[in-house]
Design a protein around this ligand. Structure first.
Ligand SMILES: Nc1ncnc2c1ncn2[C@@H]1O[C@H](COP(=O)(O)OP(=O)(O)OP(=O)(O)O)[C@@H](O)[C@H]1O
Length: 399
C-alpha cells in the first residue's frame, strides 16, 4: 500500500508508476501494404490511467504491445521512466510491466496461487515471500485466499478469473500495468464491479496504467485521460474524459462519443462533489407542531423523519402533518438512498426508477446528508458545457 499521511493527517496517495513516452512509433507488419500503427507520439504521465479507445482494428493492441515489446516497433522510440525500452532485454522489461488481457489469460493447468506467483517466482523471490504475496494480492482483488488459492481457473466464474488476472499482473509490484480489454468477457454488472475495484486499487497503488477498450463508456469511467484513436492508431484527441465529452475534436470523435455525451458526463462526478439540497428533518420523538412550523415558510412541502441514528426513514408532507398528532409511523417510506460516492449517473437512474424529482443522499453510516434533484443534474451539465465548450460555435449554448 502506498498511502502516506500528511502533517494534517489526511491520507495522500503516492504515485508508484513511471512516465511512458511514445515518440513517432510505427509498426509495419510484414507483407501488409499499410502500417498498423503510423508514427504515434503520446506521453503517458506517471501514476495515471490512460485509455486507448477506438474502433476494432485501429491498432490499439499493437500500440500497447509495443510498450512491453511483445511486438517490436518498426521505427520510433518508447521510453519508460526515461529509459529506451529497446535497450532493455525483453524478459527483464516485462517483469516490470504487469499485463492483463481479455479472458484473464490464466494458465489452465496451474492453481490460482501458482498463476499469481508466476512473476515473483521468475524473479527469484523465496517461497515464503511468494506465498505471502499471493495471499496479499488475492485479498487486494477481493478474493478470499483460503477459498481460492488452490482452485484451478476452470473452477472460477469469469469475474473471479479476471480478478486473478489483475492479481497476477500486480504481483511483482510493477510500476506499469498494461490492460487489454481485461473486462471484455464478463457480463455488464460484473464489469461494473471490476471497474470500481480497479479504481479503488489505483487509488491505493498509483500505477501507470495503459488500458485498451472499444467501449467509450468504460474509457470515461476509468481514464484520467483518453486517447481516441482512428485508423493506424492516429490520435484524434487526447484529453481528459470531461474535455472530450464536452468538446469532441471533430465529427469522428463526436460520433464515437455518441449522442448521449451528456449522460456519460454524469458518470464523472460523485454525488458528494455537488451542492446538495436540504429539507426540514425531525425524529419520531419531535412534535408535529415543531415540524409543521419548520415547513411553514418553505416552498417545498416535504420533510424527513429520521431514526435515532440520523438515518432517513419516511417522507412526510405538510398535508399529512396537518391531520396528525404524532410523527410515529407517519408518512411514506424513503426508497433506496444514494451514497455520497455514487455517481450523478446513479442519481439519475434512482430518480427515474422511483419516478421522483428528489432522491435522499446518505453518508458512510447511512445518516442523512442531503437531497439531490433533477435540477442539480441539469445545472451541473450546463456548468460543464459552459466550462469546456466556451470557445465553440454559438449554437452550443442553445437550450
Ligand atoms: N501479426 C499481424 N500480422 C499482420 N497484421 C496484423 C497482425 N496483428 C494485427 N494486424 C493488423 O493490424 C491492425 C491493427 O490490429 P490491432 O489488433 O492492433 O487492432 P485493435 O485496435 O486492437 O483491434 P481490436 O479492437 O479488434 O482488438 C489490424 O488491421 C490487424 O488486422
Amino acid at each position: 500500500m502506498t498511502e502516506t499521511e500528511t502533517s494534517d493527517g489526511r491520507a495522500e496517495s503516492v504515485v508508484s508508476g513511471v512516465e511512458i513516452v511514445l515518440h513517432a512509433v510505427t509498426k509495419h507488419y510484414p507483407g501488409q501494404r499499410d502500417p498498423a500503427v503510423d508514427s504515434v507520439s503520446l506521453t503517458i504521465p506517471a501514476g495515471e490511467i490512460v485509455v486507448l479507445v477506438g474502433p476494432s482494428g485501429c491498432g490499439k493492441t499493437t500500440t500497447m504491445r509495443m510498450i512491453n515489446r511483445l511486438i517490436e516497433p518498426t521505427s520510433g522510440t518508447i521510453t519508460i521512466d526515461g529509459r529506451d525500452a529497446a535497450t532493455i532485454q525483453p524478459d527483464r522489461l516485462r517483469r516490470g510491466i504487469g499485463y492483463s488481457i481479455q479472458q484473464a489469460g490464466l494458465f489452465p493447468h496451474l492453481t490460482v496461487a501458482k498463476n499469481v506467483a508466476t512473476v515473483p517466482g521468475l524473479i527469484g523471490w523465496d517461497r515464503r515471500r511468494v506465498a505471502a504475496r499471493v495471499d496479499e494480492m488475492l485479498e487486494l482483488v477481493g478474493l478470499d485466499p483460503g477459498t481460492f488459492r488452490d482452485r484451478y481457473p476452470r473452477q472460477l466464474s469469469g469475474g473471479q478469473q479476471q480478478r486473478v488476472g489483475v492479481a497476477r499482473a500486480l504481483a511483482a509490484d510493477p510500476p506499469v500495468l498494461l490492460m487489454d480489454e481485461p473486462f471484455g468477457a464478463v457480463d455488464p454488472i460484473t464489469r461494473g464491479l471490476l471497474q470500481d475495484e480497479l479504481l479503488r486499487l489505483q487509488g491505493e497503488l498509483g500505477k501507470t496504467i495503459v488500458f485498451v477498450t472499444h467501449d467509450f463508456t468504460e474509457a470515461v469511467k476509468l481514464g484520467d485521460r483518453i486517447a481516441v484513436l482512428g485508423d493506424r492508431s492516429r490520435i484524434l484527441q487526447y484529453d481528459t474524459p470531461a474535455a472530450i465529452l464536452a468538446d469532441p475534436a471533430d465529427e469522428t470523435v463526436a460520433g464515437f462519443v455518441g449522442a448521449d455525451a451528456s449522460l456519460k458526463q454524469l458518470t464523472l462526478t460523485r454525488v458528494g462533489d455537488v451542492e446538495l439540497g436540504d429539507c426540514p428533518t425531525a425524529t419520531e420523538q419531535d412534535t408535529v407542531d415543531e415540524l409543521r412550523a419548520a415547513l411553514a415558510d418553505r416552498d417545498w412541502p416535504w420533510a424527513l423523519v429520521l431514526d435515532g441514528h440520523g438515518r432517513p426513514r419516511r417522507w412526510v408532507s405538510a398535508e399529512q402533518l396537518a391531520h396528525a398528532d404524532s410523527l410515529r409511523d407517519l408518512g411514506t417510506p424513503v426508497p433506496e438512498t444514494l451514497a455520497l460516492k455514487s455517481t450523478l449517473q446513479d442519481a439519475l437512474e434512482a430518480l427515474l426508477t422511483h419516478q421522483s424529482a428528489t432522491a435522499v443522499v446518505t453518508g458512510a453510516r447511512g445518516e442523512y446528508a442531503g437531497l439531490i434533484t433533477i435540477d442539480t443534474l441539469v445545472g451541473h451539465l450546463s456548468a460543464l458545457r459552459a466550462e469546456h465548450g466556451a470557445g465553440r460555435s454559438a449554437t452550443d449554448g442553445a437550450p
